[in-house]
Design a protein around this ligand. Structure first.
Ligand code: AMP
Ligand code: MN
Ligand code: MN
Length: 318
C-alpha cells in the first residue's frame, strides 16, 4: 500500500522538507507541523516551509516559528507537499520541487493534478491531517502530544469543528485517538473557533454591512477592501473565516466573500450548503477546492468581480 511505500521513504532517508499551499489554512499548517514534529522526533533532519506568512492564531502549535518562508541552500532526500492540489499553489517555493530526489504529494482535493513522483490523494479524507495520522500509524510509529496537537488542528479546522459533510467516522476515530494522547483540545478549540481580536470584531461589523443578497436571498455576497482593513488596524488574515457569515444566513445556498488583494485583484471564497458544487465555479476562474468550500482569484474592479462570480453561480444553479 502506498502509505507503506511512503513510510519506507521516511525510514530509508534522512533529509526532508515539507511545504503546503499559499494562504495557508489550519489543514495546511497543522498537517505540515504534524509531519514536521513527527519526523523530528524520529531523528530526521527536517525543514518546514510555507510560501506565505502563517496566521498568528496558529502560534500555539509546536514548531510554528520554525516554518521558513524562503529557500535555504540545501538539497533534500525527499520533499513532502501537503494539502496542495497543484504546483502553482506553492507560489515562489515551487523551486523546492527541484531540490529533492523524491517529491511526495499528499492531498485530499479531487482536483489534484498528481504533479509529484509519488502521489497519494485520498478524497475521502476530511483533512490531510487524517492521512498523516494514517501514515504514521500504518508504519508502526507512535504519535506524541506535539504531533497530535498539530494533526488535531488540521482535522478540526478543515471539518469546521466536525460539522461539515467531509467528517466521517474515520475522522472522529482519528480525532479520538489524538485526544487520547492528552492534548488540551478544549483550549485548542477555543483558540481556533471562539477567539476574535478587537480588530476582527471591528472588521466584522464593516464586512457584514456590505451584505448583498440575490436570487430570493439564496446567494449572499460580502466583501472586504484594503481600506476597510486599514481602518480597523486589521491584517488580511483577520478576515479569513468571514465567508461563514454569508453562508450561515438561513435562506442562503451559496455564500461569497470577496477580499481585495491589490488594485484589480480579488481573492474569492465560496461556500455552499446542499446543492451547488462551488469547486466547479472556482475552477472557471482557475481556482479549486471542494464541493462545499472553494476559492479562486478574480481580476477586475470590485463590481466586475462580483458580477463575474454571480453570473458563474447562476450558470451552475440547479
Ligand atoms: P478558502 O476559501 O481559501 O478557505 O478555500 C476553500 C477551500 O478551497 C480550501 O480547501 C482551499 O484549500 C481550496 N482552495 C482555495 N483556493 C484554491 C485554488 N486556487 N486551487 C485549489 N484549491 C483551492
Ligand atoms: Mn488547505
Ligand atoms: Mn485540506
Amino acid at each position: 500500500m502506498i502509505l507503506n511505500k511512503i513510510g519506507n521513504i521516511i525510514k530509508q532517508n534522512n533529509d526532508f522538507a515539507i511545504v503546503s499551499h499559499l494562504l495557508p489554512d489550519g489543514d495546511a499548517i497543522g498537517s505540515t507541523l504534524g509531519l514536521y514534529n513527527f519526523l523530528n522526533e524520529i531523528g530526521k533532519e527536517v525543514d518546514a516551509y510555507n510560501p506565505d506568512k502563517l496566521p498568528l492564531k496558529f502560534d500555539f502549535l509546536p514548531g510554528f516559528s520554525d516554518v521558513k518562508n524562503t529557500l535555504i541552500d540545501k538539497h533534500y532526500d525527499c520533499i513532502f507537499v501537503l494539502d496542495c492540489s497543484d504546483k502553482e499553489r506553492l507560489g515562489h517555493l515551487v523551486e523546492l520541487l527541484n531540490k529533492a530526489d523524491v517529491v511526495v504529494n499528499i492531498d485530499h482535493h479531487i482536483s489534484n493534478d498528481l504533479f509529484a513522483d509519488v502521489n497519494y490523494v485520498d478524497t475521502n479524507a476530511g483533512a490531510v491531517g487524517e492521512i498523516i495520522y494514517n501514515l504514521i500509524r500504518i508504519n508502526g510509529f507512535e504519535i506524541s502530544q506535539k504531533t497530535a496537537m498539530c494533526l488535531y488542528t488540521s482535522i478540526v479546522t478543515d471539518t469546521g469543528g466536525f460539522k461539515y459533510s467531509n467528517t466521517t467516522s474515520m475522522t472522529l476515530n482519528i480525532a479520538g485517538d489524538l485526544i487520547n494522547t492528552g492534548i488540551d483540545f478544549p483550549e485548542i478549540n477555543r483558540i481556533l473557533f471562539d477567539t476574535l481580536t478587537v480588530q476582527q470584531v471591528k472588521l466584522l461589523s464593516k464586512v457584514t454591512s456590505t451584505l448583498e443578497l440575490y436570487k430570493d436571498n439564496s446567494i449572499a455576497v460580502i466583501y472586504v477592501t484594503k481600506d476597510m482593513l486599514e481602518e480597523c488596524g486589521a491584517n488580511e488574515n483577520d478576515a479569513s473565516e468571514m465567508v461563514n457569515y454569508a453562508r450561515d444566513i438561513d435562506t442562503v445556498e451559496v455564500g461569497v466573500f470577496i477580499k481585495e488583494v491589490e488594485k484589480g485583484k480579488y481573492r474569492v471564497s465560496l461556500r455552499s450548503k446542499n446543492k451547488i458544487d462551488v469547486r466547479m465555479i472556482a475552477e472557471k476562474f482557475n481556482g479549486g477546492g471542494h464541493i462545499r468550500a472553494a476559492g479562486c482569484t478574480v481580476f477586475g474592479d470590485l463590481d466586475e468581480v462580483k458580477n463575474k462570480v454571480l453570473n458563474e453561480i447562476l450558470n451552475h444553479w440547479k
